[in-house]
Design a protein around this ligand. Sequence first.
Ligand code: C5P
Length: 398
Amino acid sequence: MLDGKRLLLIIGGGIAAFKALELIRQLRARGAVVTPVLTRAAEEFVTPLSASALAARKVYRDLFDLTDEAEMGHIELSRAADLVIVAPATADLMGKMANGLADDLASTLLMATDKRVLIAPAMNVRMWLHPATQRNLAVLRDDGVLIVAPQEGAMACGEYGPGRLAEPDDIVASVSAALSAGPLKGRRVIVTSGPTHEPIDPVRYIANRSSGAQGTALARALAGLGADVVFVTGPADCPPPAGVQVIPVQTAQQMLEAVEAALPADAAVFAAAVADWRVANAAERKMKKDGSGQAPVLEFAETPDILARVGRMTEDRPGLVVGFAAETDDVLANATAKRARKGCDWIVANDVSPATGIMGGDENAVTLITATGAEEWPRMAKDQVARRLAQLIAEALA
Ligand code: C5P
């Protein structure tokens, strides 16, 4: 599936660099031609010889290696690739990329390239969570760099948390998605996901238990089929997928504005669990107990129904509008009525009664309701639901 794709793989200097060797192996097994570039620090962890042996190619190491410059300059090297991958991307490399520094071969290639760049960060948990790294990450995302999020787990240094390099097969999947000329290539799809937070005062809010798992899986599956995905997400538990444009929002109103700004689109999928009410009398300052024993009274106002607004648009309505219906009873009847009421083409209905374990869980059991009827799907992983739905969306837009 990566037949003949030319990949420039920059290996950063971290303990996870050894996994880059397995990554080379897996990428080559799928037909890619991998050119490794090692930073000086990377050479402390893996030898150029092992990288070169696994890639069956010359390894590039030094900006001022005149032989290399005579054979192929760094500009050419950075542009001869279909995709530039950085794995592991260290805090240092991310800092250089975010700030435009170019003081060695790896950072110079990253500045000189005109191709898409995908990074798989890996570092100690404190370094990952450090505000500087998170700031750099946000800058890189805005610059269009694709991110394969690090995983949570035990680290080589004995600490626990996010920072472990994603597994090579996850990186390979993201590489394939980034290079895919799938059936949704050139199609723009908006996906909303996660809960919304509706403020009570500057420090308190009303929220719901949505983890954002289904919306995230869907955005990943759509991007995997080549779509340009605009991912409008409330504060979710899971990190956004690589290769999508992420627009983080807090409230229903902000979500509506982000969706409207992202139009026109070929399709829009509303997987977010948007709050139905916001606090109409939200306080400007933190509410305090005044000692009177009198509890404050919150007044509620309806939030805009984003799905219904987009479903009923006369101009700019996406060709396919898909809503979700999380119900606890009369799932089919309620969801069918919702499809008509909100003017959407499809409704993906699911039973979120606590006994199902679906809300916040890894699995989902859905019924797809379209103009032609209802189709009950067996219980399956949220990833599988996402892939099946993405495939149907691709067929509907074909
Ligand atoms: O009415 P209900 O919340 O059950 O409808 C669920 C569907 O409507 C979901 O697709 C959800 O994303 C969307 N929705 C919305 N804006 C709201 C409420 C729900 O887009 N304010």
